[in-house]
Design a protein around this ligand. Structure first.
Ligand code: ADP
Ligand code: MG
Length: 731
């Protein structure tokens, strides 16, 4: 296990982390999640609509309920499905003389001394011993309670990973348990659960055992299948994993291949397959306008675009055109790496509606991005005699009302906007095609609201676009019932982006490079460090960076955009950068998505180690959009954490968004995948669509059987896994 300080709390889930301190999740994931919610669009305010009191939960107060909710646990039944990550073997004591660095062990010791040291940082340090040896116990975050437990003379069982310390063996943040000599050791393995700040393992264990005793777990797998596969009942499987019998060792259970695990995974996959089928059936009975391609406006656009479509764009457009031509609502995800040209595919889909005199809208998550789309569509479509409406929070009331009126009367067919598009007064009686760009930035509810804008009992065809590539299998488990088109080819003539890693001591050289690039007519972005702890500090840093660069580059025109500027200010600055009036744009991550200025060929990212991998990829994708050779300079500061280093290595080595997404998953695990929380759609928690492909096939067949013959059992399975979220799977 890495020993950087950021992982200390992960080593010791028992320690009740202080409020506001880093939770056990890796800092990177947290940064990512924060950045997500900072998107200008107000993401769904309520994360998951699962009613907390789904089945009532006596004995769990509001604070505890809050913490459990962070783990997506809302009732005892949820807790029963919250399975151990791993197990600790506390069944044997290890004498200190036998403890080896790197091992996780339990030792029984007596405290010799204990003191709070102030250097090199404030920490609690105790010395303790058993008959044969001594050990140092070290706590960087500590509580009066712990200090009391560590009083000299106290007898304790300490559980933790042994390391080489300055004074011989040591443990950082060991788990402590006061004991009396001769107290019995636990007979079986101790489960370790995924948890969150302020929720101790011991509390989680107690609650889980109680839930396990009270929740009745139905057996819904067809009996013939279960016996044929030699799997335990779900109830037995759950009992075994939460409270393994004494004969089990950690190694038997941790690779998750044990029949008990197979049974759990099969149940989860079954729930998924049932939901998929139901969502599909539900969509098939909805009506959508069938608008076959007329090739009038669409051909006119193609004729006037300054480029030919790539093969991938052609293919994706063909798939979309087919869907829009059919009488059931399209539900398609257009995935394409940054710069792959999704916008013009979206424009073609919108024109297919306009060809029939129907309405189409494009919704983007930020003002900057929406406005850019608006400008681009207007340039493309006004020559065809089509007016494009622009709806955003920043438009003046009068202009806005006029536009709304014309949309409501069906006089305007095309509109681009932010979430202002889905607000109440907006009516789109002829809506037939709705495009959502950077769709993972929107909550499920917002997508639903857009769908409901269609009039006359029809659902519009939905096209969701994402430059954050989600591996196909993951996409399927995210969005039930979603067709996927992939742009796996970049437009020709792009020169690959060269990525450079530079230590922050060499910032002057980087500034010089910016000067050089701008003097040859190019433009540059300078992205300010992400400061997740404080938005104020973040803005201050952006301001200082702006001043520093303005001073260092007196011969260049430097601009600044950040999230706190008023929309008009943002729009003016972006406009000045697009027109080339500004040469250097200092920015926070507001420019992360979608911004398209082909003449910008240099991207500098400060404190690159603080950004998530997907974010770095998005930011880098702002350059390399024109014919000029582009460079992305990642300035980093030492010391780097393990994940920080891995991320920089991945972004340095790879340019393919899909590969990067895979690396991202590997580095931080699927649980934290971008937008998972926001989308409100459950990921598979235990099964893996690739690794458990055999189970997926079995689940598919079993789902069919249950839906036909035992719909009640099918309900029980989806309720168990998705609860109140099942409805959202359709969004
Ligand atoms: P993204 O998929 O990241 O949204 P965009 O739609 O912004 O990409 O397209 C990136 C740039 O490539 C734009 O300037 C766009 O006009 C241009 N582009 C799109 N398709 C092609 C093509 N087939 N050939 C050349 N340039 C293209
Ligand atoms: Mg885009």
């Amino acid at each position: 296990m890495p020993s950087s300080s950021s992982t200390d709390s992960a080593l010791n889930p028992e320690a009740p982390a202080p409020e506001g301190s880093a939770p056990a999740a890796p800092a990177s994931a947290k940064a990512e999640a924060k950045a997500e919610t900072k998107a200008e669009t107000k993401a769904d305010p309520k994360p998951a609509p699962k009613a907390p009191a789904r089945r009532g939960w006596p004995g769990v107060g509001p604070q505890l309920a809050d913490r459990l909710a962070r783990l997506d646990i809302f009732c005892p039944a949820d807790l029963v499905l919250h399975l151990p990550l791993r197990y600790e073997d506390e069944t044997r004591l290890t004498p200190l003389v036998d403890a080896r660095p790197g091992q996780s062990v339990v030792c029984e010791v007596e405290v010799l001394s204990c003191e709070v040291q102030q250097r090199p940082r404030r920490q609690l340090v105790a010395r303790a011993a058993d008959q044969g040896g001594e050990i140092t116990l070290r706590f960087v975050n500590f509580y009066p309670g712990q200090q009391k437990q560590l009083a000299p003379g106290a007898r304790l069982r300490v559980f933790g990973e042994v390391r080489h310390g300055f004074f011989g063996l040591e443990m950082i943040h060991p788990r402590l348990k006061p004991v009396h000599q001769g107290d019995a050791l636990p007979a079986s393995l101790t489960p370790v659960y995924p948890t969150t700040a302020g929720l101790a393992q011991s509390a989680l264990r107690k609650l889980t055992l109680r839930a396990l005793a009270h929740v009745s777990v139905s057996e819904d797998l067809p009996e013939t299948l279960r016996t044929r596969l030699g799997l335990p009942t779900l109830k037995d499987a759950l009992h075994l994993l939460h409270a393994p019998p004494p004969e089990y060792r950690a190694i038997d259970l941790e690779d998750r291949q044990h029949p008990a695990w197979q049974r759990i995974k099969l149940d989860e996959l079954l729930a998924q397959q049932i939901s998929l089928r139901r969502a599909y059936a539900a969509r098939r009975i909805l009506n959508a306008p069938a608008l076959p391609l007329k090739n009038t406006l669409t051909q006119a656009l193609l004729a006037q675009l300054p480029f030919a479509l790539t093969g991938a764009q052609r293919r994706a457009w063909g798939e979309i055109a087919h869907d829009v031509g059919s009488p059931h609502p399209m539900q398609r995800l257009l995935q394409g790496d940054v710069g792959s040209g999704k916008t013009c595919v979206a424009a073609l889909a919108m024109l297919q509606a306009a060809e029939h005199g129907r309405q189409a809208v494009l919704m983007a998550p930020t003002e900057i991005l929406a406005e850019q789309h608006y400008r681009k569509l207007a340039t493309w479509l006004e020559p065809l005699g089509l007016e494009v409406a622009w709806l955003s929070g920043s438009r003046r009331k009068k202009a806005r009302e006029e536009t709304l009126g014309r949309l409501a009367r069906g006089e305007l067919l095309l509109a681009v906007g932010t979430h202002a598009l889905i607000e109440d007064p907006v009516t789109l009686p002829l809506l037939a095609v709705a495009v959502v760009d950077e769709q993972h930035r929107f909550g499920v509810r917002q997508r639903l609201a857009l769908r409901e804008k269609g009039g006359r009992g029809e659902s519009p065809h939905m096209l969701m676009m994402s430059a954050t590539p989600i591996p196909r299998t993951l996409a399927m488990s995210y969005y039930a019932d979603l067709d996927v088109s992939v742009l796996d080819e970049l437009p020709p003539g792009r020169t690959p982006i060269v990525t450079k890693l530079v230590a922050d001591g060499r910032r002057d050289e980087v500034i010089e490079r910016v000067r050089q690039a701008c003097l040859t007519g190019r433009q540059a972005y300078w992205v300010c460090p992400l400061i997740e702890e404080s938005e104020t500090l973040q803005l201050q840093t952006a301001q200082e960076t702006f001043e520093m660069l303005s001073a260092a580059l007196p011969d260049l025109r430097v601009g600044l955009v950040h999230g706190r500027l008023r929309n008009e200010e943002k729009s003016t600055t972006m406009g000045a950068f697009i027109s080339g009036e500004l040469q250097v744009l200092v920015a926070t991550t507001v420019i992360e998505v979608g911004v398209d200025v082909p003449n910008a060929s240099l991207m500098v990212i400060e404190h690159a180690e603080r950004f998530g991998l997907a974010q770095l990829h998005q930011l880098r994708g702002r350059v390399g959009r024109g014919v000029h050779e582009s460079v992305c300079i990642l300035i980093f500061s030492q010391p780097l954490s393990q994940t920080g280093r891995e991320r920089l290595k991945a972004i340095y080595e790879h340019t393919d968004g899909f590969v990067i997404a895979r690396e991202d998953l590997r580095i931080r695990g699927p649980g934290e995948f971008i937008g998972a929380r926001q989308s409100g759609v459950p990921l598979l928690r235990y099964a893996d669509l690739d690794a458990d492909a055999v189970l997926v096939d079995l689940a598919r067949d079993a789902a069919e059987t249950l839906l036909q013959h035992k719909p009640r059992a099918a309900d029980a399975v989806t309720e168990r896994w998705f609860g109140g979220k099942a409805a959202l799977l359709k969004a």
